[in-house]
Design a protein around this ligand. Sequence first.
Ligand code: NAP
Length: 246
Amino acid sequence: MIDLTGKVAIVTGGGRGLGEAIARKLSSLGAHTVISDLNKEAIEQVVENINSSGGEASGFVSDVANEEEAARLINETAERHGKVDILVNNAGINRDAMLHKMSLEQWRQVLDVNITGVFNTMQPASIQMRKQEQGAIINISSASWMGNVGQANYAAAKAGVVGLTKTASKELGRKGVTVNAICPGFIETDMTRAVPEKVWDMMVGKISMGRAGQPEDVANCIAFLASDQANYITGEVINVGGGMVL
Ligand code: NAP
């Protein structure tokens, strides 16, 4: 039985989609969960839902692509709660285009959020977790990190997340901090609902289990990695994709 009672968790991009499901899961297992997002109304809705169903959550508006806002998220949470046990770097965007049509703006937007955004929270979190001598960082990469047509920017950023995760795991292991990456496959959220039906069917055709994943499928894996039961698992890249092969 996974028990996160007494732990303090931060979930970036927690206002909807995977982030919302992760926040719900962690708080249902007892963690006080700080839901961070760009959208204040979305945060308030998720916080209210969690708190009214017996969990404990609070909100924090923060753009992970902004170095100062990301640092405030980590440092103010640590001040308020005395520690940060769990950091889930989930915030992410896509701006898909074939490489020959991709603009520098599309490249930069995705890199700013999906990789620099992860650095921006991990840097202050690593200072805090070193002091605590414990913690779990879980970064959301993607099956696309291995390369996916139309996603040069996204794949580059998500591959960067793998390198960052593995490096941080080596630096922080002796301090009792675990750092792992999750690669969701094709999960039903606003991000994937936006694809044309033909693409949806094509993606599902690549999945052994014959269906898109649900956000809860990813949240369940994160809950385990965030728990003390996973204290000896670090530097790993775990696929949660129903056997999807891109
Ligand atoms: P989503 O439904 O589009 O939700 C993304 C969330 O991130 C939104 O709440 C969004 O806020 C927030 N966000 C975006 N930019 C942000 C920023 N700069 N600072 C803070 N929050 C920000 O996407 P999702 O499908 O849940 O994806 C979540 C993560 O999983 C992403 O990292 C994505 O790359 C990854 N992933 C998803 C899939 C999939 O199949 N869905 C597969 C592999 C990996 P707003 O609501 O304000 O825009």
